[in-house]
Structures are given as C-alpha cells and as structure tokens.
Design a protein around this ligand. Sequence first.
Ligand SMILES: [Zn+2]
Length: 551
Amino acid sequence: MNAPPIVLYDTTLRDGTQREGLVLSLADKLKIARRLDEAGFPYIEGGWPGSNPKDEEFFAAARSMTFRHTKLAAFGSTRHRSNRADEDPNLRALLAAETPVTTIFGKSWLLHVVDVLGATPEENLAMVGESVAFLRAAGREVIYDAEHFFDGYRADAAYALATLRAAVEAGATSVVLCDTNGGCLTDEIATMTRAVRAELETGVTLGIHVHDDAGLAVANSLAAVQAGARHVQGTINGYGERCGNANLITIWANLALKVGFETVPGGGDLTHLSELSRFVAEVANIAPDAHAPYVGTSAFAHKGGVHGAATARVEQAYQHVDPAIIGGTSRLVVSELGGRANAAWRVRQLGQLASEGLDPAELSRLVKQLESEGLSFEGADASFELLVRRRRADYVPPFRIVDYTVIVERRNGAAPRAEASVKVEVDGEVLHTAADGNGPVNALDLALRKALGAFYPALDEVHLVDYKVRIIDGAAATGARTRVIIETGHETGSWLTAGAEANIISASLAALHDSLEYAIWRLDARPRRRDERSSSHAAHHRTPLAAGEAS
Ligand SMILES: [Zn+2]
C-alpha cells in the first residue's frame, strides 16, 4: 500500500496563542513562522485577520517574506447568517490577507447551529457552501474545519456529514474533523473518523484537529490517522486554549518512529526536534517542559539506582527509542538515589576526564556528601560537569568573584529597590560594576553580567531562562537552606546549574556563577584583549589587581 504522506498543519500562531499567558508580538510570530518554514511545515496558520489588527499586520508583513516549504493559511469563520458571502467582513478580511490558503470553520453540531447561531439547519448548510465557494472563486485553496464535528456526529450523524458535503461540493480540498471541546475518547474518534472516510469521496483529504482536555490529544490524532486522516493539525509543544492542542512534536515523532507513516515535514531526520521545541518555547517565553515526550531534558534521564545500573550496562534497557534518533543522549541523573554506576557513567560521558584518573567511587561519595548538604545535582548537569572539571589539576577558572554587595531598601512607602555591586577578577584584572534590579538576584545577575560581559562578549548571547527556589529543610523555617536552580539558554541549547546555601542571595550567586562559568567553557569564549576592554568599557571603575584594590 502506498498511502499518501501525513501532512502536518501547524496552528501555533493562531490556536496556540489562545493559551492563557502566551503572548506573541508581531516580531515573535514572524520569527516562529520562519523557523517552521525551515523545519519544512507545508502549512502554517498565521492568524485570524478578521479578529484582530496584529494578525492583519502579520499577513501584511509575511507578504514580503519568501517561504521555501510553507503555504500560509489565514483562518476565519463561515459568513454571518445574515450576510451575503461577498459582503461578509470576515470573508473579505480573509481575502485581504492574500494567503494561498484559507481555512474556515463552520458548525457541524445542531445544538450550535440552532442555539448559538440562531440559524436553521438549512441556513447553516448554505453558509458553509457559499463561504467555501466564495473563497474558491477567488482562487484560494480552502481547508474546511468542521467545528465540534464529533459532538455533532454523535447527536445527528446525517446532519454532520451533510455539512462536510456542503464544503466538499463547494470546492474544499480538505475537511478537518475537530474535537473542539477535547473530550472524546480514542475509540470514538477512530470509529467516527473511519465512518466519515467511508462516506466521503476519495479525492478529499480528511484531517483531524483535537484538543487535549481529556489528556488524549496525541492519541486521538494518531487514532484518526490510522482511521484514514491524512492531515493533522496541532501546535508546537501542544500550546493552546485550556489544556492545549495536540502536540505536533510528539505526533511527528510517533508517526515517524512508531507508526511508520511518511510525514511532511519528513520524519527521516528528527535530530532537530528538541531545538525546534525549545526555540518556540523561548520565543513564547514559556519554560520548556523538562518532561515532554522525546524532547524534554528528562526524556532519557534515569534516576533510580536499578534503572541507572541497568542503563549503564545496556543503554536501551529503560528507553523506548534510541535518544540519538531525536538528537538526544541518555542521561543518568546524579543523585543520592543513584549508586556508583550513575556517577561513573556520567563521568564516562565526560570523556577524557575519566581517563585522567578520577575515581568514580570517590566521585559518587563526594556527590552524596554534597547532596546531603543540600546541593542537588539532579537537574543540574552543568554544575556537576563543573565539579568534575574543577578537580582537574590544570583547570583554570575563567573568572573569580572577589566580593559582592547587595542592598534592598524601601523608604517611606516607595517601591522597594535593589542594587548590587560585584568585583570580578579575570586574567589578573579586577572590574567593579554595579546594577539596579527589580530584586536582589536580578540586580546581582545584571552586575555580574556587566562585569563579565566586558571580558567575554560571547556572554551577551546567553540569557536566563528560568529561576527556581526551593527550601530544603522546611522544619528550620527562615533558617532553612535554600536551593536555587537556574536554567540558562543560548541558541545552541540550555543548561541547568544549582546552588545551595543558607542564604538565598549566596545560593543564587553560586548558581549564577556556575551558569556563566559553564557558558564560557561551552562557548569556548576567550577573554577580549586588554586594549579592547579599556576602550569599550572606559566608563567602568577598573583597577589592575596589582594595584591592590581587591581581595
Ligand atoms: Zn482548536
């Protein structure tokens, strides 16, 4: 059987932005569109031009962009009950977006037709048919989204099918069955999709668009594909309203690796999947989900002692696929739960370091001791890696924090302010910088970066992704130890560092210190030459260490 490939249709920029807390600027939307085009998506739904000015601006700006793989789709609804199609403002806005594809949704469920729209069943069929025909007549490819299809089909199968036929007869080339409320079970989706496939003429592409309200969006999308759908709508990372849309990253990997279907974009090389997922998360300013299937940083991380020991011996013992296929590596979480095998295996991953005489048993003891003091390496691989590197005899730290001061004050009921100053030594030279921040840690971060940035310009491209604080010994209340985990990002990836101290400022500084030291090593950043530093940072208070100001 030579089935046509499964077309992945991305709606991150339209349905995805309906997630609470997710806001994309025009520039963000254009950035994501470009990235999705590079990834090979055949369709990107850019927005709903009739609904807001930002989406209209998006289509205007996108007109001057060249897409290599992507056809842009503008999204909207069928004409209003009382408008003629050619006078309907929503349909006219769709044409004005000048996209090759228009996707319109219409009602399949009589409850919505009668009680929400106040239309008769016949009026709704005319609204669907005339709207599709109007867009077809203007030369657009028309994809028809059958809203609430499964709920409608359950209530009145003949009517739900009639709405699809109205769209197909008017020229829609794809009809998409939507589980708009996201509550269907997988077997229902499979049964109804199969029934619809049998009713529709073979030239029409059947699609699926589901939401995750029952936690089944990925499973339901796959079930629909197995029942005959050849077009799958979803969003990167499953962003979307309420509980989210179907996660296209997971669906893509499953179709390629598990179901064995050809996909567009192709599934032959999935090594860039994590990077795509992280890119969209960063632009959307949402912390990447460490536990996301396939692409999360924990997706192939083994923590339990038994799992660790087995994985060290047979890598696939606790893995459903080879992580290398999606560009990852297996990872043993170094923690007090893990035995010697975890630490040894981690050290082996660090390559040459192991061959330079580091004793895994000693390392494992050290990790356990540090962890008992509250410094957890779990989820802080970069701090662990530094711990190992710093034990090398020839390790030269790229900088030293000589001292720091943080002031937080609030006077006469005014807003509190924070100011930090830091002295950093690099290459025998001490730089003293100060910064204001919205809080003490922010001020400290800014002051430290200001100082280090003068020496290592590469750090300008490194930024804080996430900052988490946890109290380790809750019983000690305000005297408890504080554990800080920092995630730092760069276009090449992200890393986690940790600090644990009785005081939240020092814990944060320890994690920041590791994060930047790791960045310098990872980016192989070299300090700027002394003369370049003095010309570009003359404003800083800078003293050679020899002059004896510091320490
Ligand atoms: Zn939706």
